[in-house]
Write a protein that binds this ligand. Sequence first.
Ligand code: GLP
Length: 244
Amino acid sequence: MKIIVTKSYDEMSKAAADVFEKEIRNNPELVLGLATGSTPVGTYRELVRRHLENGLDFSRTKSFNLDEYVGLSGDNPNSYRHFMDEHLFNHINIERENTHVPDGLTENPKEYGKKYDQMILESGGIGIQLLGIGSNGHIAFNEPDEELPVGTGLVELSEQTIADNARFFQSAEHVPTQAISMGMGSILKAGKIILLASGEGKAEVISELLNRGKVTSRIPATFLLLHPDVTLVCDEEAYSEVNR
Ligand code: GLP
């Protein structure tokens, strides 16, 4: 795993945007794997700026998002579709039909998940995947467990994740308990992965990830250690426990 440690959140966001910009300029038809949560907001802001000021062109790119809450329609303000529209898609020149966020209202998550993975394959596969990390080591909504899903499908959110994400909702009771999430196998098929982490709240899990030297489904992020092209881009706070 390559590691870039930055002084601040803004520098982390710029460093991640640098990699995305380079990859998109090299391949204007790049398939982007995109993430939600607070961490990638600055990266999206930076990509929007580069689109508006430097003509970074998304017109031929496609995107696939990692996950969506079950029960939320795309126009619900807490849905990840809404998040993506607000933070990125509405401000760049990506074609709307080329943006994919799992459907939180699907009636058959199993079939839907298979189709989602198939669509990714048919698009040529994800060229670059942006990831955040949960404080418990989850990736997308693949939660710590005895087993991890390989493909996209229905998952249960852990209590820790519900508590962490309650800040976006009225209260923890309003956080959906299930999601449609890309599986670890779907994520690990990406050509290149950028893992973001910011702030003290991620310090412990980043230290676990980098110091453990083993994969465990109890920390889903450790599966990223098996991928040949992952770059961790994190700020000093998130990195602060690594050498303790
Ligand atoms: C959610 C998302 C993850 C994200 C995680 C961390 O649970 N499903 O993809 O990585 O939150 O979020 P944050 O960046 O807000 O800490």
